[in-house]
Design a protein around this ligand. Structure first.
Ligand code: TXD
Length: 309
């Protein structure tokens, strides 16, 4: 990776935001600003992280704040502000409360960090990414949502566990919405170069797909309060790395489509090629007929939620 003078701001110092700030800061990727609407919470967490810096060996800076002036000149701003699910809730149940928060945060990013790339994490993910795109008015290459990187990682973890193979030998894409209609692309899933369908029977694949789709809810019900944050923050880190590497790395992300995969005026998970400018290209995968059908069903679900806002 190239050396960088990156500045990354994380809005929302809750479970995902604070864990992401820790990952970014301790990896030495960037100077980090952690911002929360609750006065002092981000400050306290930033001080705690800074106190660990001599042990973790980072010379980067971390600032906790409730003042948007501190996000000035950020290269990337990550929106994690918003309510998480409670047991029994769908991501879509969060729509009205989180829409108001994301709209507010986006308008402040537009004022204070107008050159930044925005990564949206708040749920329901594709709807909030669409909202951030509209509310910032940024070029679409600078607004993306984190979902496919996480869902793909969950899918890979489960396949590796089933087959007892190394996780880094598995390649996949999980497209569509970050919800019950997500679409693991089985026709493009490979284990050590072999198609997944040639190494696991169909019914087993179906049960792994179902467990992948349900994984978020499974974690929510086990935690009792809050939702997953270790893997979501790791997935954002993967997107940040893809941008900083500046080499055209492909990561699946929610992106405003303008004709790609036959869709317009919607944010959906598609494989995106990244560099320091954000998304430079959408990779066109050859989907099977069944995957095309599932992808368009997923689009219908996202469109109907977008209509609610
Ligand atoms: O795959 C994905 N995209 C996701 C999304 C994976 C995991 C979590 N996902 C969603 O992220 C989740 O459903 C929530 O909508 C967000 C944040 O989840 P998190 O678990 O971090 O929620 P917390 O711990 O409740 O933290 C939210 C913080 C909290 O500290 C609030 O005070 C703050 O957001 N908040 C705000 N900060 C700044 N500005 C405003 N307006 C604001 N409102 C709340």
């Amino acid at each position: 990776m190239k050396p960088s003078l990156y500045k990354i701001s994380v809005i929302g110092a809750g479970a995902v935001g604070a864990t992401l700030a820790q990952r970014l800061f301790e990896s030495g990727f960037a100077d980090v600003v952690l911002l929360d609407v609750v006065k002092n919470i981000a400050r306290g967490k930033a001080l705690d992280l800074m106190d660990a810096a001599p042990i973790m060996g980072t010379e980067k800076s971390i600032v906790g704040t409730d003042d948007y002036k501190d996000i000035r000149d950020s290269d990337i701003v990550v929106i994690t502000a918003g309510l998480p699910r409670k047991p029994g809730m769908t991501r879509e149940d969060l729509i009205s409360k989180n829409a108001a928060i994301v709209k507010d945060v986006s308008s402040k990013i537009k004022i204070h960090a107008p050159e930044a790339i925005v990564i949206v994490v708040t749920n329901p993910l594709d709807i909030m990414t669409y909202l951030a795109y509209k509310a910032t008015g940024f070029n679409r290459n600078r607004v993306v949502g984190m979902a496919g990187a996480l869902d793909g990682s969950r899918f890979i973890a489960l396949i590796a566990d089933e087959l007892k193979v190394r996780r880094d030998l598995i390649k996949t894409y999980v497209m569509g919405s970050h919800g019950d209609t997500m679409v693991p692309i089985i026709s493009q899933t490979f284990v050590n170069g072999r198609l997944l369908s040639s190494v696991i029977p169909k019914d087993k694949i179906e049960s792994i797909v179902k467990r992948t789709c349900d994984r978020g809810a499974e974690i929510v019900s086990l935690l009792g309060t809050g939702s997953a944050y270790y893997s979501p923050s790791a997935a954002v880190l993967k997107m940040v790395k893809a941008m900083m590497d500046d080499a055209g790395d492909v990561v699946t992300a929610s992106f405003y489509l303008n004709g790609e995969y036959g869709l317009k005026d919607i944010c959906m998970g598609v494989p995106c090629r990244f560099d320091r400018r954000g998304v430079i290209d959408v990779m066109k995968l050859e989907l099977s007929n069944e995957e095309k059908e599932l992808f368009s069903r997923s689009a219908v679900a996202v469109k109907s939620s977008i209509d609610l806002i």
